[in-house]
Design a protein around this ligand. Structure first.
Ligand code: NDP
Length: 332
């Protein structure tokens, strides 16, 4: 039987590229997307064979939608081989509430999920937290076959180890002692550390939580279940929809900057292959690993796939934040 993978946010960018790569390798791809029509159109335009994929509605910013997705999935699929937590939103210009200068600060303050949590935290982390918890049962069933993997997207911009250039650009990720989380992360609380709202920081903080989630899932469930939990940074895919709310001048210059100056640039297609490899390739089957790539081979940088590291040391910086804490599944 075909192996089945669920990929969230597969309607564009990295998720779509990985969906296409895995479908071409013979996987059945369930594209868990908030915009059904957009996802169908994207899959068709990417030339994906309808035999190899199915779009299912899933809005990660609503716990009911996540639960509905899992129910629907189970009516159609007996087992799950891999879950890819890929979807994310990024509001780089949202800055402070009330500040609105067209073209300069187009964001205008925080946005909220169905349950009233700040949107980047809700969509990037909380929805995935719930999805992982629910689909753990389904992944367990395929673990004896040695195929079960749960993969989460991190980012170099959330690193705090002091050696990654991408992690030194302010605002820096900082979740503090989760003061905001302790207070429920609902209005007027927007940030995990309880500080003032900053859209770019909210994104980075949510990504720190994603990688910690993977690490914690590994610690709690890998031995018992055999499921392989990993996270990755696939390089800087400078042209995806992630930057849709950035200044136009940034959108134009960002890819060139990363191609020539930082050499961290990677095409959507190559990044999709990297993510597909973390899902399917034996080389990336060490649970607890954070796989990190540099630039695309050919554009310089760290030599493509050779730059992958998988030592436990890579997690130290995430652990600088102290013990992992999160809402329990009953609270969301
Ligand atoms: P895109 O914006 O192209 O893709 C993000 C996807 O997430 C879209 O399909 C989007 O759906 C979906 N999404 C957003 N909100 C929700 C929601 N509430 N429910 C369900 N789906 C949602 O960006 P990328 O491809 O660049 O990003 C993919 C992942 O890669 C992210 O996790 C990002 O953090 C990570 N990443 C990206 C890097 C880069 O350089 N681009 C670098 C490092 C990591 P819709 O199409 O409907 O908007």
């Amino acid at each position: 039987p075909k192996k089945t993978v669920v990929i969230t946010g597969a309607s564009s960018g990295l998720g779509l590229a990985a969906a296409k790569a895995l479908a071409e390798q013979g996987w059945q791809v369930v594209m868990a997307c908030r915009d059904f029509q957009k996802a169908e159109k994207a899959a068709k335009e990417a030339g994906m064979d309808p035999e190899n994929y199915q779009v299912m509605h899933c809005d990660l910013a609503s716990k009911q939608s996540v639960r509905n997705f899992v129910q629907t999935f189970r009516t159609q699929y007996q087992s799950l081989d891999a879950l890819v937590c890929n979807a994310a939103v990024y509001f780089p210009n949202a800055h402070k509430e009330g500040v609105f200068l067209p073209g300069l600060f187009p964001g205008g303050g925080p946005r909220w999920s169905a349950e009233g949590h700040e949107m980047s935290f809700a969509a990037n982390y909380l929805g995935h937290f719930l999805l992982c918890n629910l689909l753990l049962e389904d992944l367990k069933k395929s673990a004896p076959r040695g195929t079960a993997r749960c993969v989460i997207l991190g980012t170099v911009t959330a690193t705090v180890n002091g050696s990654e250039l991408g992690g030194m650009i302010p605002p820096l990720a900082h979740v503090g002692n989760f003061e905001g989380l302790e207070q429920g992360m609902k209005a007027p609380v927007t940030m995990l550390d309880g500080g003032a709202f900053d859209g770019a920081k909210a994104y980075k903080d949510s990504k720190v939580c994603d990688v910690m989630l993977m690490k914690e899932l590994h610690r709690r469930f890998h031995k018992e279940t055999g499921i392989v939990f990993t996270s990755l940074y696939p390089g800087c895919i400078a042209e995806t929809g992630l930057f849709r709310e950035h200044y136009p001048v940034f959108q134009n210059l960002f890819p060139a900057f990363h191609k020539t100056v930082t050499k961290a640039y990677v095409s959507q297609e190559e990044a999709g292959k990297r993510l597909a490899a973390v899902v399917a390739d034996d080389r990336y089957g060490t649970s607890g690993s954070y796989y990190s790539w540099e630039g695309e081979a050919g554009t310089g940088g760290g030599g493509g796939q050779d730059a992958v590291s998988n030592t436990d040391k890579d997690f130290d910086w995430f652990m600088n934040y102290g013990s992992f804490r999160t809402l329990s599944i009953d609270e969301i």
